[in-house]
Design a protein around this ligand. Structure first.
Ligand code: ZN
Length: 77
């Protein structure tokens, strides 16, 4: 679920700079524990690109990054 407030800015791809993991909030799972990430560690990406997160060495969350995430990923190539 995307969050309109604070550092999330309604973005789909949101990373935890402490854990160095990027999440897909359109496919968020309980295991992502997004609400437990300190806001100072939240990162979003230019044009909401998963590729940008990868380029910054963020690992994919094992719970929420899936094939559907990659459909959007490919739109922006
Ligand atoms: Zn996740």
């Amino acid at each position: 679920m995307r969050r309109k407030y604070g550092p999330f800015s309604s973005e789909r791809f949101v990373a935890d700079a402490n854990m160095m993991v990027v999440h897909d909030l359109d496919n968020e799972k309980g295991e992502c524990e997004i609400d437990f990430i300190d806001h100072e560690h939240i990162r979003t990406f230019s044009r909401d690109r998963l590729k940008t997160a990868e380029d910054q060495n963020y690992a994919h969350c094992a719970y929420c990054i899936n094939a559907e995430s990659y459909i959007k990923h490919s739109w922006y190539r």
